[in-house]
Ligand binder design. Sequence first.
Ligand SMILES: [Zn+2]
Length: 233
Amino acid sequence: MTLIRFYIRLTVVLLFVTILPNYSFAWHDETHLAIAKAAKYYKWYNAAGADMIKIKAGFIERYNHYSNNPPGTVITPEMVLKQADLYNKTDDRGHLYGAIIASLRDYKKDRQREKYGEYHLAFCAHYVGDLSQPLHNTFYNEYNRTYHKRTDSIVNDRVLESLEKIKIYSITINSEKDLADEIARIANFSIQLGNKVENEARLITEEEAYIQIGHSASLFKAIMQYVDAISLP
Ligand SMILES: [Zn+2]
């Protein structure tokens, strides 16, 4: 390798590790599983799979897990639906909201063809979990880099034994538009909380984390009812 090519490669690598968003994780595994379990998803144990696949699928998968929103962003249902076309594509801004819509479309499509669509629903369960992690919804800046991992793990060690702390509320979804409305609503809660903790230069509290993951679990429960998926008794 010539010296110039070596330096070009080095620059590219440094760019990826220092500047571009690099969400190695999301809420950690147990938190994702707890969200799916609280929603009574019968394949709750698949809800961390979308993070597993990142180490093999790389750029196909990584942009489905966050939306890099500058301060002041207000997410609209139209923005959510527009992101769906970017699913599984390279896009540094991330397209988490569209990934929820698109993975559900894939699930419905496979079921109509009488194919096994369950893995698409498991991807959807994971993305709905990421939706409530505030730092997956805010700009990837110094604060985000510093606090990201600690936020991911804030309730993780105890969450599977504390499902009663995840409060489910009723959401009704009758159309994809309703789903986009709900995704935008929760995204805006996450952005507001992300901006708040950043302004206060602090980590989210456990109480705030449980409220957030309660939004995810409530939404995923409504999604399962919308697509008539099997749920735990
Ligand atoms: Zn994720």
